[in-house]
Design a protein around this ligand. Structure first.
Ligand SMILES: NC(=O)c1ccc[n+]([C@@H]2O[C@H](COP(=O)([O-])OP(=O)(O)OC[C@H]3O[C@@H](n4cnc5c(N)ncnc54)[C@H](OP(=O)(O)O)[C@@H]3O)[C@@H](O)[C@H]2O)c1
Length: 252
């Protein structure tokens, strides 16, 4: 088979929030595994373009960009449509994009609720629904980036924790709804990359978080991407959530 033909039959993955940090490593990992990648971004256009250039240099026309603000319901259908027309098929949806900020209970607002729930839960749900026929046709799968704090609430972050708990149940529920054609799994990261907006987290606070891992360190974006890469190919695994957290969820 010629290189052009094999590229045309290569599977296609859409990674939301794929321009930077963990999402970018997931895009690189899946690309190494032979996927053509659709890198979705909201604001990080330059990073997205740099990543697409890097991947297209390795394999021509193997990476394209899609822009959307996932807190807007009206953006979901157009994003799904563009994802399907880009390469003409879709094999894997990685719901990685996430909004993350503290919401102390007494000061929580509806605007915060809407942003956190919509970005972390509503968008993955309706994006999966919009892409489910194409994923079924391809015998594909969905991988949701959850958080170990879906099970143990992160103090000071109730709305984020609620949203991720919903995404965990969405993973289990849609695994049933979409079986047997589409597998649905999740990866629950522990401490990987410190949130950028939280420069306020000082060294001793970071050390406290690391001390609660059994392996005594933070994880890397590459280690999360490897877990996604594993689940993408795990043909007899559905409805599972893999904690990649250095053992932090066992800490008591
Ligand atoms: N970092 C960790 O240690 C950690 C720990 C536990 C769980 N996780 C989970 O792992 C995933 C990746 O983590 P991360 O730290 O790499 O994520 P992140 O940097 O906080 O966010 C990833 C991307 O999400 C996009 N995004 C945010 N709000 C959006 C919206 N309304 N519409 C569209 N895109 C939006 C942003 O895209 P633009 O930059 O293009 O705006 C951002 O680059 C997330 O689901 C996160 O919850 C991460």
């Amino acid at each position: 088979m010629s290189q052009t033909n094999s590229l045309q039959t290569a599977p296609v993955a859409l990674i939301t929030g794929g321009a930077r940090r963990i999402g970018a490593e997931i895009a690189r990992q899946l690309h190494r595994q032979g996927y053509r990648v659709l890198i979705h971004y909201r604001h990080s256009e330059q990073d997205a373009q740099a990543l697409a250039t890097e991947l297209n240099q390795a394999q021509p026309d193997s990476a394209r960009l899609l822009q959307a603000n996932l807190t807007e319901m009206a953006a979901i259908e157009p994003l799904a449509r563009q994802a399907l027309t880009a390469f003409g098929r879709l094999d894997l949806l990685v719901n990685n994009a996430s909004s993350f900020f503290p919401t102390p209970l007494a000061d929580s607002s509806q605007a915060q609720w809407d942003e956190l729930i919509n970005a972390n839960l509503r968008a993955p749900y309706f994006l999966t629904a919009a892409l489910s026929d194409a994923l079924s046709e391809a015998g594909g799968c969905v991988i949701n980036l959850i958080d170990i704090h879906a099970q143990r609430a992160l103090p000071g972050y109730p709305i984020y924790s609620i949203a991720k708990a919903g995404l965990q149940m969405m993973t289990l529920s849609l695994a049933k709804e979409l079986a047997p054609a589409v597998r649905v799994n999740g990866v629950a990261p522990g401490p990987i990359l410190w949130p950028e907006a939280e420069a306020a987290l000082d060294l001793s606070q970071k050390e406290k978080v690391v001390d609660k891992t059994l392996l005594g360190r933070t994880g890397t974006a590459g280690e999360i991407a490897e877990a996604v890469g594993y689940l993408a190919g795990a043909r007899f695994v559905t409805g599972q959530i893999l904690a990649v957290d250095g053992g932090k969820s066992l800490y008591s």
